[in-house]
Each structure stands twice: as structure tokens, then as C-alpha cells.
Design a protein around this ligand. Sequence first.
Ligand code: XBP
Ligand code: MG
Length: 255
Amino acid sequence: MKKLLALIFDVDGTLADTEREGHRVAFNRAFTDAGLDWDWSVKLYGELLRITGGKERIRYFLEHQGRQLARPAQLDQFIADLHAAKTVHFTNMMDDGAIPLRPGVARLLQEARDAGMRLAIATTTTPANVTALLRSTLGADSIGWFDVIAAGDIVPAKKPAPDIYTYALRQLQLDASMCLAFEDSANGVQSATGAGLRTLVTINDYTADENFTAATLVLDQLGEPGAPYRILGGQAANTVTNNRWVDIAMLRTLL
Ligand code: XBP
Ligand code: MG
């Protein structure tokens, strides 16, 4: 059995359920501040989540949702400014402790550290959002737990392109075969598997119906002692013992 040396985590939807009551609310607050009558409902935001990257999502909305803005001459700058304002709202929400970590995340991170495993992050979101979430949920020192925080515009192509995971592996100087990726979305699984990584999925409300056939294991959540996970699918589903929560021993069986 190959040695498991590093765990690489997606952020939004995986470490925490940040999309519906976090990013979506931050976008709407930035739209209001800018005097725009745009309102991304829970349903519309779920559709827009197919487009990864907040700036890309705003551009898609402008171009495909018939918002006949008197197209600002400097569209790129308009989008960048609007997205920067949204990021301030999101990081303020994190500072206020608006969104907790998902079940099992803090426990598994600690178990991995105790086992001497390396940790990394590979996310489409803006770096400031990652550090704000980590600071508010695990304390400022937790940022240093991750050897790599690969986030946002650091790579030319966002998920589902493999770039962000390839970048994280290169920074870790590890082969994909000795790492596991943790994701919540089909875009994320496509990105991680495209970089050669086996991937464990914990679904959420927005991604429950997506295609996870490429995933190694699909669960409803990482689980906690006394709060077991549900196995929903994946290539390893029928070989996983009934640990009932994801721990390091179980992860090692997935390589
Ligand atoms: C999810 C995304 C991000 C967030 C919004 O990232 O696609 O765009 O929705 O963050 P991941 P930004 O699941 O890879 O963590 O507005 O900063 O892009
Ligand atoms: Mg995600």
C-alpha cells in the first residue's frame, strides 16, 4: 500500500459550507453597495456556481442573465472593483464567525498533524477568504498548518482545470499518488483527478446531485464519533470498513 503523505483540501463547500449563506450574501451586499438591483437568490446562485471564480461568475451573470447594464467601458475594472468589495464583505462575515467548519474537519486536520502528515489547500476562492475562514474557525496559527495555500488567481485556469492541484503538488514536491484530495463539487473532482489525485467527496446541498463517478469515495460528511457518515458512492464505497467517521487509518486504505 502506498504511503499517504499529504491531504489537500478544497475550501468552499468542503472545509465549510460557505457558499449559500456566505459568498452569496457577500455578493448581494456588494451589489447593493454599488447601487445595482441584482439579487442572487439561493436558486440562481446554485446555477451560477457552475462558473468557478467570483469574478468569472459576475461576468457570466452580466453576459448571460440579460442584465442590460450600460456596459461599463472598463468592464474588467468594474468587475474587479465589485469583486473586491464582495471579498471585504465575505472576510468581515468570517471575522464575525458567520460560518463554522463542517463536521469532522477540525478533528481530521488535527489527526493528520499528529500523524506527521502534510496539509495543503487547493481552492478557487480568493486567498484572503481562506485565511479569514481559518483564523475565525481554528485560530491564526492554523494558517501555518498548511505547507501550501493554493488559491484564486495564482493559476491561469480555475477548476475544473487541474492547474490549482498541479500547482499545489509542485509546491509540496510530492507525487499525486501519495496524496488525497478532499472536494465537494464535480468541478473540484474533475480538477483533482485531472491532476492525478484520488478524491474523497463530502457533498452539500448545492452539489448533492452532481456527477461524482470519478471520485474515490462520496460521503455526506466526514463524520464524528457518534455522528457517522453515510457512504453515497465512489469507486471504494464497497471496500471501506464501517469506521463510520473518516480517520487517518481509513484514508490510508483509499490509496
Ligand atoms: C469555490 C468557488 C469560489 C467561491 C467564491 O471555490 O468557485 O469562486 O464560490 O470565491 P472552491 P471568490 O470550492 O474551489 O473553494 O469570489 O473569491 O472566487
Ligand atoms: Mg468547493
